[in-house]
Design a protein around this ligand. Structure first.
Ligand code: BG6
Length: 520
């Protein structure tokens, strides 16, 4: 039933999207920060794949904007290497790439200079004149966040933002470093653009397995009746990585795990698990239901931070036979850094459905395995009819939503072993994306870019969601900043994080489920 329903939803969704793409308006995609890492690694490879699959509008131009001296062919050559190394389709054939590169044009703009925006406006108008009509304009800011405000102001001043129906602005996280700086940036964006023009990316929402949470919950009738405090004991969300901070020390030192992963990705996953059913698959309805969850989260007061949050920083250790340095020895990191590379939270959603059900969230760098999954742990049976001897290894029923790298859903429950005497054992019932669907899933950025071009904001963060997430985390961020950790580094690279993270759940007599992958 699960396979069939999910398949129908996905097919219907795909058909809808293809129809919309076929009718998509002529599009000018203006990529600020075109020679930067984000454009190279994610945005352009995704655009190229959309092109290959016929998902770009019929008339499309990629205007690569940066402040360096360059040319159409030079930037196209640079971006080609990015596509070769980062596209899920591997190295492009020369014919495919050349056809795509024909749509790339380089424009030098210094975003601190108003003239640059006026030049840009002329180029865009000239293209509209050539196409003979008003095109859609997507301004994508693949730049450091410090440039979001100046670029938005420059666009506004050059009259490039005011056409509400045709202009969209795309920004990446982080949107601010705390509640105050979020307001500074966001208020400026909202002064210049209307909310419906703003697309705030959280790439987790573009992942197929994340979108499937709604399909699983609301396209099947069997889950909703048990999706509440009467049946669910607790929910645990893990996003662990074996990677360290790589070359991102400069950014990460000011971010840390709570801002980098929890403020956005993990809270979005929590919302999808906890939200009420939407009336329709509609951007505002879904986002209303999600923001209701964020508003229902029990605030963490400053004096209870230690009860509800745990932090860690990795020490040296071994992963896959390689000895890895501690965080404090990574490039760009201060030798006595207080930045957390691991964060765990215990949250409560104070509403009728979830009152007193703990939601545990944890994320960390340099952990045992690369795993993102959500584990719904159901309550124990109210009465044990079987004698203890038949099920010594009795385990509670769990539903595990696997986001990455396994993609699927596992129901873990007790079953009778074959033969006599009677014995019970835990077993797994699995749905695997790759077995059920033959088609290769698009990368998260492909889905998100396509949605931006057709103006569908369902998978993007609305202003009130980002604000609510910052509000929730501010007491933790403040207390952690004011009280540097005395035990850092406190977990070995290659482990499941610090003891304090385990204690957070152990205090409720719970434990983190060892992710399914790591069991193998
Ligand atoms: C990004 C974070 O948003 O998400 C990175 O900035 C993190 O630090 C990444 O590694 C994880 O994303 P994914 O898709 O690899 O799980």
């Amino acid at each position: 039933m699960l396979n069939c329903n999910s398949q129908n939803i996905l097919r219907a969704n795909l058909e809808k999207q293809m129809k919309l793409m076929a009718n998509a308006a002529d599009t000018l995609f203006i990529l600020f920060g075109a020679s930067g890492d984000l454009s190279w690694r994610l945005v352009v490879p995704a655009l190229f794949n959309l092109y290959l699959e016929g998902h770009l509008p019929q008339r499309f131009q990629l205007l690569a904007v940066d402040r360096l001296d360059s040319s159409d062919s030079e930037i196209a050559g640079h971006l080609q290497k990015g596509a070769a190394g980062n596209s899920r389709r591997g190295v492009p054939t020369p014919d495919d790439w050349n056809a795509f590169a024909g749509m790339i044009r380089y424009i030098k703009v210094d975003v601190t200079d108003a003239d640059g925006f006026n030049t840009l406006a002329k180029v865009l108008d000239a293209q509209d004149a050539q196409w003979g009509g008003k095109s859609d304009r997507v301004f994508y800011l693949a730049t450091p966040p410090a440039l979001f405000r100046p670029i938005a102001i420059g666009l506004g001043a050059a009259n490039l933002a005011q056409d509400r129906a045709h202009v969209r602005l795309v920004v990446e996280k982080p949107l601010g470093n705390d509640l105050e700086s979020f307001h500074e940036i966001n208020d400026e964006l909202c002064r210049i653009f209307e909310e419906r023009q703003l697309f705030r990316i959280d790439h987790y929402l573009g992942k197929e397995t994340v979108q499937n949470i709604l399909a699983m919950r609301f396209a099947n009738s069997i889950f909703e009746p048990i999706w509440n405090r009467s049946y669910v004991d607790h929910v645990a969300i893990t996003a662990s990585e074996t990677l360290g901070v790589e070359k991102r020390g400069g950014y990460y030192e000011h971010a840390g795990a709570l801002r980098d992963m929890v403020q956005n990705h993990l809270l979005q996953l929590l919302c999808l698990v906890a939200m009420e059913p939407p009336v329709a698959y509609d951007a505002d309805d879904i986002r209303d239901k999600k923001v209701d969850v964020l508003h229902s989260l029990r605030p963490i007061s400053r004096d209870t931070v230690d009860m509800f949050a745990a932090r860690g920083q990795y020490a040296e250790g071994w992963i896959h036979g390689t000895n890895l340095p501690q965080y404090r020895d990574e490039p760009g990191v201060a030798p006595r850094s207080n930045t957390e590379t691991y964060a765990a939270l215990k949250l409560y959603v104070d509403n009728w459905r979830w009152q007193d059900v703990p939601f545990y969230l944890r994320t960390g760098k340099r952990m045992t395995a690369d795993v993102t999954e959500i584990s719904i742990r159901f309550r124990d049976v109210p009465h044990r009819a079987f004698p203890a001897s038949v099920g010594l290894n009795a385990q509670p029923t769990r539903l595990v939503i696997q986001i990455n790298p396994e993609q699927g859903i596992v129901l873990k429950f007790m079953a009778k072993e074959p033969g006599n005497p009677l014995r019970l054992s835990p077993v797994d019932m699995r749905f695997r994306y790759k077995d059920a669907f033959q088609a290769e899933a698009p990368a998260a950025y492909e889905t998100l870019l396509r949605d931006i071009m057709i103006g569908d904001a369902t998978l993007f963060m609305r202003s009130d969601q980002v604000e609510a997430a910052w509000k929730l985390l501010m007491p933790v961020l403040d207390v952690w900043a004011e009280n540097p950790a005395t035990d850092f580094p406190n977990y070995a690279a290659g482990s499941w994080g610090p003891e304090s993270g385990d204690m957070l759940v152990a205090r409720d007599s719970n434990s983190w489920l060892t992710p399914t992958l790591a069991n193998k």
